[in-house]
Design a protein around this ligand. Structure first.
Ligand code: NAI
Ligand code: MG
Length: 357
């Protein structure tokens, strides 16, 4: 039988993006070679701030058609010190997520070997999945500015919630919770003070819950949720919420798990009409760009999520075991208190992968 073969768009972007993506391609290519069960080919796509400075736009005009030719995308980071962040983010990442309807942003959070969970209550560490609505809500881009530059200048930022958009993310979150041993879902809103969109979230959640009798679910206000994540981390399993709320809660979760340098994310089109995009949670990290010390683990883990999504679950598990062994053995970058550089971690993980053969 012929081996499955995957075509991946590699979009390293800015800052440490190219460093961690380059590191990850080495590791995944080694994995494919050693396992010999699938083929994978990465195609470099140069979008980002350098491209913007040459072409006046962050991504090519036909970027969506380009991406649709691939099975998935691996993304680094976008953002440069000399370009306002709203231009870079909307120019690249948000220009892809919305139009490709990558409506589910999934962020697994787990205390990793070699990382220290700052919570002393979490003796067993953290093991959560955060599901973020990724296509509408507070980041719909609706709003405007009037009387610019005047003392009476005004700006609006409209949060837009649709029944279709809420229902599909809630359904996806219930399915995610159902696939995990604890079968527990927390739906995060702010339906006490936001009495329209957030109340619609609550109503849709209650309706969808009827289709998942084996999942226990509850509602929680976002402010109370921050307290619970810190004070009672073991009471949480799968969490779903809006674009803005989960943006914030997922950074908190990454910090509670130990480091932003290990946190992965997936931008999924669960209908599989479009290729999904996998990326570390962190950004360009200007302070360490070019030093060769960026932690590549978040991107390794993102690539493992990608392999799993493509159907290579076993390869994904093997990859993560190798990464965990290397971290547990103390080969860590400085953000985790170690003294290894990026390439040192790559070499150590590749050495573990070779042992699988
Ligand atoms: P950041 O995530 O780039 O950096 C925050 C801190 O974490 C820095 O001290 C950095 O050195 C450290 N850090 C991040 N990733 C690391 C890694 N892999 N290894 C070791 N240390 C790591 O967030 P910041 O500083 O708020 O944003 C910098 C730029 O990145 C901005 O332009 C921002 O807009 C952009 N950004 C882009 C994102 C994306 O492309 N998805 C996400 C977040 C920020
Ligand atoms: Mg964020």
């Amino acid at each position: 039988a012929s081996q499955p073969s995957y075509r991946i768009a590699s979009i390293p972007g800015d800052g440490i993006g190219p460093e961690v993506v380059h590191a990850t391609i080495q590791v995944v290519e080694t994995l494919a070679k050693i396992l010999g069960t699938f083929q994978i080919e990465f195609t470099h796509i140069p979008w980002g701030t350098k491209y913007y400075k040459q072409h006046g736009r962050y991504a090519a005009e036909d970027c969506l058609e380009t991406l649709r030719q691939f099975d998935a995308g691996l993304f680094g980071a976008v953002g440069a010190p000399d370009v306002p962040d709203h231009l870079s983010l909307w120019g690249l990442l948000l220009a892809i997520r919305g139009p490709l309807q990558l409506f589910a942003n999934v962020r697994p959070v787990r205390t990793f070997p070699g990382t220290k969970c700052p919570l002393n209550t979490a003796t067993e560490g953290i093991d959560w999945v955060l599901v973020r609505e990724n296509s509408e809500g507070e980041y719909s881009g609706q709003g405007g500015r009037s009387h610019v530059g005047q003392p009476w200048e005004a700006a609006t930022e409209v949060a837009m919630f649709t029944r279709v958009g809420i229902e599909r993310i809630i359904r996806f979150a219930f399915e995610t919770a159902q696939s995990r041993p604890r079968r527990h879902l927390t739906v995060v809103t702010k339906s006490n003070s936001m009495r329209n969109g957030m109340v619609l979230w609550d109503e849709v959640a209650a309706a969808v819950a009827h289709d998942f009798p084996d999942v226990t679910w509850e509602k929680m206000l976002v402010d109370a949720m921050t307290v619970r994540m810190v004070a009672k981390p073991q009471s949480v399993d799968t969490i779903v919420g809006t674009n803005l709320h989960m943006d914030i809660l997922s950074d908190l979760a990454a910090a509670l798990a130990g480091s932003i340098g290990v946190a992965p994310s997936s931008n999924l089109d669960p209908t599989r009409k479009n290729p999904s995009l996998f990326e570390p949670v962190h950004g360009s990290a200007f302070d360490i760009t070019g030093k060769g010390i960026a932690n590549p683990v978040a991107t390794f883990w993102s690539a493992a999520e990608m392999l799993s999504w493509l159907g290579e679950k076993d390869a994904a598990v093997q990859l993560m075991r190798c990464v965990e062994r290397v971290c547990a053995a103390g080969t860590l970058t400085p953000d985790l208190g170690g003294s290894a550089d990026t390439q040192g971690v790559v070499d150590a993980v590749c050495a573990e992968i070779v042992k699988l053969g």
